[in-house]
Design a protein. Structure first.
Length: 163
C-alpha cells in the first residue's frame, strides 16, 4: 500500500510539474504570461472571473492542476495492479494513457466546465498538446507504475530496495 501511494505521488507530481512547465513555456512563446495560464486552469471552476483573482486564482489553478494529475496517476497505478500490461509496457501504455488524458480533458472536462474560452484545434496546438500528454503526463505516470510493479515483484518496498 505504501509503495502504491509513493508511485501515485511520484508519477503524479513529476507529470504535473512537466505538464505545467510545458504549458507555461509553450504559452509564453506565444505571448501569454504564466499567471494567465495558471488562472485559466481555475477558470474551469470560476469561469471568466478567474482573471480578476490575481495570484489567488493562479494558486487555485496550480492546486486544481495537481489534483487532476494526481487523480489520473491514482487511476493508472490502480489499474496497473489489475492489468499487468500497463506496468510491463510503460512506453506504449503511457503514451496511450497520455492520448486518453488529452481526449478526456479536451472533449469531456473542458466542455462540461466553466472554462471561459472556446477550445481551439490548430494543427500546432493539437500536435504539441498530444505529444506533451503522451511524453510528459502518460509516460511518467506509467514509469512510476512500472517501478511499483518491480517493488512488488521482489517483495520489497522502495525503502528496502535502496538499503
Amino acid at each position: 500500500m505504501r509503495s502504491k501511494v509513493l508511485a501515485i505521488l511520484t508519477g503524479g507530481l513529476v507529470a504535473g510539474v512537466l505538464d505545467l512547465t510545458y504549458a507555461i513555456v509553450f504559452s509564453g512563446l506565444h505571448g501569454i504570461p504564466a499567471i494567465r495560464i495558471l488562472q485559466s486552469v481555475a477558470g474551469g471552476l470560476l469561469g471568466a472571473s478567474t482573471y480578476d483573482g490575481g495570484i489567488r486564482t493562479a494558486a487555485l489553478g496550480v492546486c486544481l492542476h495537481f489534483l487532476i494529475v494526481l487523480a489520473a496517476a491514482a487511476i493508472y497505478v490502480s489499474a496497473s495492479v489489475r492489468i499487468p500490461f500497463l506496468a510491463r509496457r510503460p512506453i506504449i501504455a503511457g503514451a496511450l494513457f497520455g492520448i486518453a488524458m488529452y481526449g478526456v480533458m479536451t472533449f469531456i472536462v473542458l466542455p462540461s466546465s466553466a472554462y471561459p474560452h472556446p477550445i481551439r484545434f490548430t494543427p500546432l496546438l493539437v500536435t504539441a498538446n498530444l505529444l506533451a500528454h503522451m511524453f510528459l503526463v502518460g509516460m511518467p505516470i506509467a514509469l512510476a507504475a512500472r517501478n511499483l510493479r518491480r517493488f512488488e515483484d521482489i517483495g520489497s518496498s522502495p525503502r528496502e530496495v535502496r538499503a
